[in-house]
Design a protein. Structure first.
Length: 307
């Protein structure tokens, strides 16, 4: 019987502009690796060299595994080995990648055969550790891969295969981010929105879905327009307006905040000059005296068993 299993899960970008908490896209920029090992000694133990909470109740993977142990009444202790590669706190679904890998690994370790919606539901519990509340956009993308739509009550994830030529440039600014960054950036968004903003976001969100269905990267990119969340959050990203303006001028179809930020993501396709867009984004951050790392990436598959 298997006693140890390793799963890698991808980074992701949430929202894609108008799809706040609903849209997610797995991206091949980074992968977190989680190894679960059954132990004779009861309880959950975290083993990692990374600067993340070691207390399982405060750790994304720890929360997921503890919940699954309780739910499925498994008897073993579990050691969770965590290798983080997705930078934490930059809007790239770092906690979600660990949570997704943990849920998928636990499912395989005990041969539970859970369906994708349940895996996402368990992985979502891990988001509580960093965001303070559960949202499924990043975890759904990390579990399933590709483009996902989160349908709530009851939770159901709809997956659409992205166009093969879709490319993104992500600029990750060298900023000191608050420890509970997602919680902080969720606190600035409006509680109420006006009808015209809602119509605008609904219109763009709908055309993003059509873009994915029709494998039309240009339509996807041109619909990345958010008049609700981006205006409320952009003050938290020095240089955001310059980064966006520069990337659009360099040929990006659309630009927005990646998830809760502070990374900025530009949407394009592989025939476009992606290097030029990356450089334009770097210059934008430079105008705010910030360095950044740029990553050209494409959609990723979901969480995968390594061994
Ligand atoms: N949809 C979430 C947000 C993603 O924007 O707050 C953050 O992980």
């Amino acid at each position: 019987m298997t006693s140890t299993i390793t799963v890698a899960a991808p980074s992701s970008t949430a929202n894609l502009g108008p799809g706040f908490d609903v849209f997610g896209l797995a991206v091949n920029a980074f992968y977190d690796e989680i190894t679960l090992t059954k132990k004779k000694t009861k309880g959950v133990k975290i083993v990692t060299d990374d600067d993340i909470p070691k207390n399982p109740d405060k750790n994304t993977s720890g929360l997921v595994v503890k919940t699954m142990i309780k739910k499925f009444k498994t008897k073993d202790g579990i050691e969770i080995k965590i290798k983080k590669n997705v930078p934490a706190g930059f809007g790239l679904g770092s906690s979600a990648a660990s949570a997704a890998a943990s849920a998928v690994a636990f499912d395989k370790l005990y041969n539970l055969g859970l369906n994708e919606n349940l895996l996402v539901e368990f992985a979502g519990i891990g988001e509580k550790a960093s965001a303070g509340s559960i949202h499924y956009d990043n975890v759904a993308a990390s579990v399933l891969g590709g483009f996902v739509i989160v349908k709530t009550s009851p939770l159901e994830i709809i997956k659409i295969k992205p166009p093969s030529d879709l490319r993104m440039c992500i600029a990750v600014p060298k900023l000191k981010v608050p420890k509970k960054k997602t919680k902080v950036s969720r606190s600035v968004i409006p509680k109420k929105i006006d009808l015209s903003s809602s119509i605008s976001n609904l219109s763009n969100a709908s055309t993003i879905v059509v873009g994915f269905m029709n494998k039309d990267s240009e339509l996807i990119g041109k619909s990345i327009k958010d008049v609700i969340i981006e205006p409320a959050r952009k003050h938290m990203i020095p240089g955001f307006s310059a980064v966006k303006k520069n990337a659009l001028k360099a040929g990006a179809f659309g630009v927005t905040i990646s998830g809760a930020g502070p990374s900025v993501i530009a949407f394009s396709k592989n025939s476009k000059n992606l290097e030029k867009i990356s450089q334009a984004m770097t210059k934008g951050f430079e105008s705010a005296k910030l360095e950044c790392q740029t990553i050209i990436c494409k959609p990723s598959v979901g969480a995968k068993i390594k061994k």
